[in-house]
Design a protein around this ligand. Structure first.
Ligand code: UD1
Ligand code: UDP
Length: 388
């Protein structure tokens, strides 16, 4: 007798989660073994819609929780009620959450309350500092203690989970599905820059730096980051900056007043993912505090200076393509200028590596879930291989 498909529900709500679940959704949709639904929390709005459009992600539920500048507590409470209500009605066999956002954490928590299996993509990233990144480091630790399937991007991430006593037969090193997304988009030859990006690119001088920043723990340093970029531009007339500014008011209020009139600085709206990949391919150096960009740039062979004190992604640092420059204005200025004026160092940092995956994560995730179909078809507390 043919088995019922495994009912899988993806819960996600921000730009980076959408980028990283998109290829998994695409792949599982092509397998007869799965019946897919999506719960879009709407923690982000415009920046999430951009990804939904690029990957044509089907939306089953849109919970529309974004409110300008809402507190983490308000966001958490709203997510809990709205995701909980959907899961009570839909009763999937398994939810898939990704990463470390509040949507991810509350998705896992509500699935646990509803006694639904939980699979965690990008499991095991750690800084071991509960405040950095905030609140993501605690989100991912809490998700690890709730999840049944831990899909670790790297061997290092697996070791982090083992150190927290997650059982080894619950952990699979799958690579990061973000690299699946990057492979899909960077292989496409039909993507042309939109006018806002092409105008900025046309005006660029000899060297181009792409900048992004948004981390909550960087909020007190955001003006300093913007001031460092201003000084770097002043110090090097051959340099241009393209900076798609995150929609968070914490970022905009700090960055725009300092950089809006700066020479050769193009502050633009957040780019759709396919456009942002064009920018990454075209630039010479990336200055960022983003997690996802730290994974994408090494794959594309671009040097990255990370404006954070710590990172949960040590692999590209070890390989020499990523360097931590901290959050202090003077350090960001010194280290960026020093890299700009050291072509040998830039060349050394520019080799393509892909420690974060080979673009086959989605296929591996599908195979693992199919191999555990019997477990998934039973509620967690009664399923044959469930561990307490
Ligand atoms: C969130 C995630 C962070 C992730 C980042 C990716 C949490 C706690 N934080 O950051 O892990 O790295 O997203 O970008 O889950 N806004 C809009 N439109 C949008 C998106 C945001 O207007 O499409 C504005 C709103 O005022 C919103 C604010 O930006 O309140 C901040 O959004 P939020 O999801 O809270 O961002 P972060 O927590 O900074
Ligand atoms: N990104 C994008 N448009 C932009 C800036 C970034 O599509 O204007 C993509 C980027 O390629 C990466 C993801 O957004 O895949 C990173 O998101 P963000 O930095 O907001 O979050 P983080 O990865 O730090 O959680």
């Amino acid at each position: 007798m043919a088995h019922e498909p495994i009912k899988v529900s993806f819960i996600f709500g921000t730009r980076p989660e959408a980028i990283k679940v998109a290829p998994v959704i695409q792949h599982l949709t092509t397998c007869d073994d799965f019946q897919i639904s999506t719960i879009l929390t709407g923690q982000h709005r415009e920046m999430l819609d951009q990804v939904v459009r690029v990957f044509d992600i089907p939306i089953t539920h849109n919970l529309d929780v974004m409110r300008p500048s809402q507190t983490l507590s308000d966001l958490t409470a709203t997510l809990c009620q709205r995701i909980g209500a959907v899961l009570t009605d839909d009763r999937p066999d398994c939810v898939i959450v990704q990463g470390d956002t509040t949507s991810c954490y509350v998705g896992a928590l509500t699935a646990h309350y509803e006694r639904i299996h939980i699979a965690h993509l990008e499991a095991g990233l750690r800084t071991r500092d509960k405040w950095q990144p905030f609140p993501e480091e605690m989100n991912r630790r809490m998700v690890a203690s709730l999840a049944d399937f831990h899909f670790a991007p790297t061997e290092g991430a697996k070791q982090n989970l083992l150190a927290e006593n997650i059982q080894s037969d619950r952990i699979w090193v799958t690579g990061n599905s973000g690299i699946d997304a990057l492979r899909i988009i960077s292989d496409r030859e039909d993507i042309a820059p939109v006018p806002e990006l092409s105008n900025a690119l046309d005006q660029c001088r000899k060297t181009l730096i792409a900048v992004t920043t948004h981390r909550r723990e960087n909020a007190p340093f955001m003006s300093g980051i913007a001031a460092a970029i201003y000084e770097i531009l002043e110090a090097d007339p051959d340099l241009s900056v393209i900076f798609p500014v995150h929609l968070s008011p914490k970022v905009r209020d700090a960055v725009v007043p300092i950089l809006e009139d700066a020479d050769r600085c193009h502050l633009i709206e957040p780019l759709a993912y396919d456009q942002f990949v064009l920018l990454l391919k075209r630039c010479d150096i990336i200055l960022t505090d983003s997690g996802g960009v730290q994974e994408e740039a090494p794959y594309l062979g671009k040097p990255v200076l990370v404006m954070r004190r710590v990172t949960e992604r040590p692999e590209a640092i070890d390989a020499g393509t990523v360097k931590l420059v901290g959050d202090a204005q003077a350090n960001i200025f010194d280290q960026t200028l020093s890299l700009l004026h050291n072509p040998e160092e830039r060349e050394k940092m520019s080799h393509a590596i892909n420690p974060y995956g080979d673009g086959q994560t989605s296929r591996r995730v599908a195979e693992i879930l199919i191999n555990h179909a019997e477990t998934l078809r039973n509620p967690p507390q009664t399923s044959p291989t469930h561990l307490s």
